[in-house]
Write a protein that binds this ligand. Structure first.
Ligand code: NDP
Length: 425
């Protein structure tokens, strides 16, 4: 063990409560989740699309591999690495780190999305067979999973050369399996290239909407035009991704960037889980076309709009309050003081429930599934999984806030008793 790790053992909470089921979770999740990705893709395109069907629709060996897949993936990662360095947009500073420094981040993810969009339109204009992404989904997912493992090994090894103040508090238990999974180093960088920040919102998130577009083009190939259900799914998810990139600066204050180390959990989530499971509805619609009446479509659009409104307004309100509590848009809100000097909002969106942003996100997730009708469970995978994820995330955040704010957090919980769903949870 290097001296920096020795010193760290005394400073860090060595007996930190382990998350995600501790060592058992750290062993099982990296095996189980990649298999789940492949399983879900195969189910979504099988005629039955039954998540419980037996035997499961496993891919044959040749369906797992296509030499085009690593080329596409490598090209995509290279393109986004280059776009990261384009001098577009502003440069922002992250929160103050343990050594008192602040890292600089380029805020040009939205530019990367727009440039990717223009390039894709050019490719389509040149007759590129975008619909082939449907056939390529499994090999692409296999490559993304392999890249996630290799990249996580690299991150784990290089973390032993990082100074102790650059390590994440939760990812340094000394248990290699757990630390590999959770991530040891907080902000690994190659020069000014921040690996975690890069992966968080760019190749995977933009990749997700490109895969959706591929599914839409496959539908065009098969049926001559895209269905209303496919257009809704594509538009809703594009809005979500564009919003995340438009507000890219906000990611600098999230748990992922501020608190979590960069290990398999985040790498796999960013590069494989998000692009290949969040857009399952589009893959499902290629094989299971749905007809939607205008009335149903309008109701679904309204639900997505309401979810987006709650999500965006509540996130913006907290971000504004954290950045400048005296700003006129938040100055009149009621707050409570905490021993850290920071205040907590107890009116406005954050007085409605303790995580209004999660509520909005979940309403949108439901709206993404509804265009797929009610005949199958698979298109509802995302909303079910996301409900579990956000309940777990909310619980993690509550524990961290309780540790940070002590009695002030208890007061907040008494004033705002519901966590995510008013009068329910
Ligand atoms: P949040 O934006 O919910 O932030 C939680 C933090 O906000 C707390 O740790 C605390 O930090 C601060 N806070 C909590 N309550 C208050 C209050 N009353 N007043 C002021 N500050 C408060 O964190 P997430 O990163 O979990 O979520 C960000 C967004 O990303 C959400 O909209 C979520 O839905 C979305 N998301 C989407 C995912 C996906 O896969 N699609 C995955 C995860 C999240 P402090 O006091 O230190 O500022």
């Amino acid at each position: 063990m290097r001296p920096s790790s020795q010193a760290l053992k005394h400073k860090l909470p060595h007996d930190t409560e382990r998350e995600f089921g501790g060592t058992l979770g750290a062993v099982c999740i990296p095996v189980f989740l990649p298999l789940t990705v492949l399983f879900l893709i195969c189910v979504s395109r099988s005629p039955e699309a039954g998540v419980l069907q037996w035997p499961p629709p496993l891919p044959s060996k040749d369906q797992l591999w296509d030499p085009v897949a690593p080329t596409v993936l490598l090209g995509w990662m290279t393109l986004h690495s280059l776009l990261y360095f384009t001098p577009l947009g502003k440069v922002s500073e992250g929160l103050v780190l343990r050594d008192g420094s602040r890292l600089k981040y380029p805020i040009n993810g939205f530019h990367a999305l727009c440039i990717s969009g223009v390039l894709l339109m050019l490719l389509l204009g040149l007759g590129a067979p975008m619909g082939y992404l449907f056939e390529l989904l499994v090999p692409l997912a296999v490559c993304a999973i392999a890249v996630s493992f290799l990249f996580s090994v690299y991150l784990y090894i290089r973390s032993f050369w990082a100074p102790s103040h650059a390590l994440a508090l939760g990812g340094n238990t000394g248990n290699p399996l757990y630390d590999f999974f959770i991530g040891r180093e907080l902000n690994p960088r190659i020069g000014s290239f921040d690996l975690k920040y890069f992966c968080e919102l760019r190749p995977g998130l933009i990749g997700w909407v490109v895969i959706n577009l591929g599914m839409l083009m496959k539908e065009v190939e098969l049926r001559g035009s895209p269905s209303l259900a496919m257009i809704l799914v594509n538009s809703f998810q594009l809005l979500y991704v564009a919003d995340a990139l438009w507000n890219e600066e906000a990611v600098l204050t999230t748990m992922d960037i501020v608190h979590d180390g960069f290990g398999f959990m985040l790498v796999f989530g960013d590069l494989a889980w998000v692009p290949f499971t969040y857009g399952l509805q589009a893959a499902f619609l290629v094989v299971h076309p749905q007809t939607l009446t205008s009335l149903k479509a309008a109701a679904i659009v309204a639900l997505n709009g309401a979810g987006y409104y709650i999500f965006r307004k509540s996130n913006s309100q907290k971000n504004q309050f954290r950045r400048d509590p005296s700003h006129p848009s938040v100055a009149r809100l009621e707050t409570i003081a905490t021993a850290t000097g920071k205040r907590l909002l107890v009116s406005g969106w954050w007085g409605f429930v303790r995580h209004p942003n999660y509520l909005g996100d979940l309403l949108m997730a439901l709206a993404w599934s509804l265009p797929c009708g009610f005949s199958h469970l698979l298109p509802y995978f995302y909303v079910i999984y996301f409900t579990v994820l956000l309940i777990h995330r909310e619980d993690r955040d509550e524990r961290q806030c309780k540790a940070k704010y002590g009695p002030a957090w208890d007061t907040y919980c008494r004033r705002v008793p519901y966590r995510i769903f008013p009068y329910i949870y």
